[in-house]
Design a protein around this ligand. Structure first.
Ligand SMILES: C[S@@+](CC[C@H](N)C(=O)[O-])C[C@H]1O[C@@H](n2cnc3c(N)ncnc32)[C@H](O)[C@@H]1O
Length: 497
């Protein structure tokens, strides 16, 4: 659902116009019915907050029914469509651009807070914060109503729902670097964590759920525990298997959270990393015998660099963890070290938290020197970023992953197969070497450029023939996607979760 929305709506204005028709089609009309169920919770005169309002269908219907509505979305193109629709319907809605977890609210109080199909686009920690924001914005006795995707309860339903999701995911995979944006959160637990009392939880057709909760007179100040890091790291045989997976560049994740390394106190440093096991291990090793707080943000199990490139290592995810754990109360210094390869998150993180966010070294092993003497020139040298050994390893691993991916090619006629497999494997191995020379931010784009150049060069020299050139062109973006640290395991895991 949200996956489809992201693909079609979130990226550009013309696509936002298609959103209303698309979502109805993609959900076989269930989205509209779910919104009607949400709307039944809204009374004339209610002050309503709608988070992730999209093109404003719910907000406009609520305003038409007599509610006073503030509707927030981060997508200007979706809001532009919403404004046009409200104008045509002759209703007034206060449209605001902003993030669900950091909504632009000025202490206003609402009778009802709603969100339909938006929170499944957001990672779990941000959703926890968004629901907390909704709870804080409600008056005592006010109602929270969420309609969104849930994990189907039976295996049979999972398969049934999985098939259309797979089609949409394959489409989005081509467009969006394989990023599935659908999260099926544990809605009830998140709502309760925010201190609200769940009044009803109802399954709706498809994989949808409706949660209605009320705000008690006092909201408890719940803080997430700050646990020792060792508690969440794998142990025994699992540790060995997961570390092998991490070495193979598979995105093996650690539970995101704020952790204690050693016995940190108010003056101890606070460090940020992604939740790839390899990254967490490297930081822990570097901090042996030291005391620190480690914010392990949800980077979908990817290493910081790849995650940052793909927009999965964001300031918002880190800020959410800092706020949910109340870390600011433990460390009045309020200074966080952001890894250099994810350095673009530093400035927005400072803006979101009010903390000082300093960019640290590229390599975790430089952290002790950095903490003692600040940033030395060798710590930011580009050579440390993606050195020859690392490139060769990533190239070999990409080729290995591709070999697995390419097994279905056995179904192709043998002549095509013969040209496809070696091209893909060579390209996979060459991508890391040519990384810096290739334009584009994502692996898909870099892969497409390299594939295009190879196809042209091959055709120009008369080496590959038309079949080789076409195969190279068709496979290139896919190879680039695999290169950027994705894997078949993750792809299917996301689809079926
Ligand atoms: C699937 S649409 C749902 C729109 C609308 N609520 C509906 O019922 O049709 C999801 C919307 O959530 C918005 N969204 C996703 N992540 C967001 C975030 N972090 N902050 C604000 N809006 C977000 C997207 O821009 C998109 O408009």
């Amino acid at each position: 659902m949200s996956l489809a929305a992201m693909v079609l709506a979130d990226r550009s204005a013309p696509l936002a116009r298609l959103y209303d028709r698309w979502i109805e089609l993609a959900t076989l009309g269930r989205a509209g019915r779910a919104r009607a169920t949400v709307l039944a919770e809204v009374q004339p005169g209610d002050r309503l907050l709608d988070l992730g309002c999209g093109t404003g269908t719910l907000a406009i219907a609520a305003a038409a029914a007599g509610a006073r509505v503030v509707a927030i979305d981060r997508s200007p193109s979706m809001l532009a469509v919403a404004r046009e629709k409200a104008l045509a319907a002759g209703v007034a809605v206060d449209w605001r651009e902003g993030d669900v977890a950091f909504p632009p609210l000025a202490g206003e109080q609402f009778d009802v807070a709603t969100s339909t199909f938006a929170l499944s686009e957001v990672s779990t920690d941000l959703v926890a914060l968004a629901i907390r924001r909704m709870a804080e914005a409600l008056r005592p006795g006010g109602r929270l109503v969420i309609a969104d995707e849930a994990r189907p309860s039976s295996a049979w339903a999972r398969v049934l729902v999985g098939v259309p999701r797979a089609v949409v995911a394959v489409l989005s995979f081509a467009v969006l670097e394989g990023s599935s944006t659908t999260h099926r959160h544990a809605w009830r637990a998140l709502v309760e964590e925010a201190g609200l009392e769940v009044a009803a939880e109802r399954r709706m057709p498809g994989s949808l759920v409706l949660v209605v909760a009320t705000r008690p007179p006092e909201l408890p100040q719940v803080r997430r525990a700050v646990r020792p890091l060792d508690e969440v790291l794998p142990e025994g045989a699992r540790a060995v298997a997961q570390r092998v997976g991490a070495w193979l560049a598979l995105p093996v994740g650690v539970a995101p959270g704020v952790y204690r390394v050693g016995d940190p106190g108010p003056a101890s440093p606070v460090l940020l990393t992604g939740n790839f096991l390899g990254s967490v291990d490297a930081v822990r090793e570097a901090l042996a015998d030291r005391d620190a707080y480690l914010v392990v943000e949800d980077s979908d199990g990817w290493n910081v660099w790849c995650a940052s490139d793909a927009g999965r290592f964001t300031a918002g995810r880190a800020a959410a963890l800092i706020e949910l754990s109340g870390l600011g109360q433990r460390t009045p210094v309020r200074r966080i070290v952001v890894p250099r390869l994810g350095g673009r998150a530093a400035r927005p993180l400072a803006a979101l938290t009010g903390w000082e966010a300093v960019v640290g070294p590229i390599e975790a092993s430089d952290l002790p020197d950095f903490l003692a003497d600040g940033l030395g020139p060798q710590m930011r040298s580009l050579a440390r970023m993606f050195g020859p050994r690392q490139r060769i390893r990533v190239g070999a691993l990409t080729a290995l992953q591709l070999a697995l991916f390419l097994l279905p090619l056995r179904l192709l006629p043998s002549a095509w197969r013969r040209s496809a497999a070696p091209i893909a494997l060579l390209e996979g191995a060459a991508l890391p070497l040519a990384h810096d020379l290739l334009p584009g931010r994502t692996g898909v784009v870099k892969g497409a450029v390299l594939g295009g150049a190879t196809a042209l060069a091959g055709a120009a020299c008369g080496r590959t023939g038309l079949r080789g050139a076409l195969t190279t062109l068709a496979l290139a973006p896919f190879v680039g996607w695999v290169y950027q640290s994705s894997s078949p395991v993750v792809f299917w895991k996301r689809l079926l979760r």
